[in-house]
Design a protein around this ligand. Structure first.
Ligand code: MN
Length: 259
């Protein structure tokens, strides 16, 4: 079932890969300012908003940095969701974000992928990791952790144990990164067949941190494209923070955001 944009929607924003975490103030501040000021009719968060998510049950504990941080993020999303519809799709870091959190914040969770009907076109929205077929180890891991069985087992563990497992997974991925291992990009043929399967012209995704507009097939009408969202890193130089904005009729632009 495609998500049908109401005709009064003229401007849609897409962001992903902010990797928000406690103690990284610059990303949070830029995101908070953006959320308070976007003029879009609707906002789509396409995954990895959070660096890690181990369950919706992080209860506010005075003085606990993680629960304070989650509460602040919740407040930002909640406030934005009173102004405009906010949609959230899971990334590979925050796939355990659940209905409880969504309900508290007043946002809607989207399956990956989702077809969006907007401006007389069909857009295919995804986090993007499912299409990085070159990384076979990751695809096997993904299959495992996205199963209901793994997830209910994991969520049944005490919070501290879940946090420890998440730390270990993160350390492993960090050491892989620093060993210089190259990351698999989205597989072009798979992206094209996804687009054809869903009758969509443009795939919008994040995950790869390689923001770019790719023309995949110009021989068909409309042409097949892949628009890749930027990650956010306000501590990098130059700083990165960007929203992709679709504007009816027929255009899109990348909005650079400031701290
Ligand atoms: Mn990702």
């Amino acid at each position: 079932m495609p998500l049908n944009a109401p005709t009064q929607w003229r401007t849609l924003d897409f962001i992903s890969d902010l990797h928000l975490q406690a103690g990284q103030a610059a990303n949070f501040a830029a995101w908070q300012a953006y959320m308070a000021s976007t003029t879009a009719n609707a906002l789509f968060i396409l995954g990895d908003l959070f660096e890690v998510w181990v369950g919706d049950d992080i209860t506010p504990t005075p003085g606990d940095i993680d629960s304070d941080f989650v509460r602040q993020c919740q407040q930002v999303i909640k406030t934005t969701a009173t102004r405009l519809p906010v949609f959230f799709m899971h990334g590979n870091r925050d796939f355990l974000l659940g209905e409880d959190f969504a309900k508290t914040c007043g946002i809607q969770l989207l399956p990956d992928p989702t077809v969006l009907d907007f401006d007389g076109q069909r857009w295919l929205l995804s986090h993007g990791d499912a299409l990085c077929l070159g990384d076979i180890d990751y695809q096997q891991f993904r299959l495992k952790v996205r199963s209901t069985e793994w997830q209910s087992n994991f969520l049944a563990k005490p919070l501290g144990e879940r946090q420890a497992i998440a730390r270990e997974l993160r350390a492993r991925s960090q050491s892989l990164k620093s060993s210089g291992a190259s990351y698999a990009d989205v597989d072009t043929e798979a992206a094209k067949s996804w687009l054809r399967l869903h009758g969509a012209a443009t795939l919008i995704h994040g995950h790869t941190h390689q923001p770019q507009d790719h023309l995949l097939d110009a021989a068909v009408q409309p042409a097949l494209r892949r628009l890749v969202l930027s990650d956010w890193d306000l501590d990098a130089s130059p700083a990165r923070a960007e929203a992709l904005r679709l504007e009816a009729p027929g255009s899109w632009q990348r909005i650079a955001l400031e701290a």
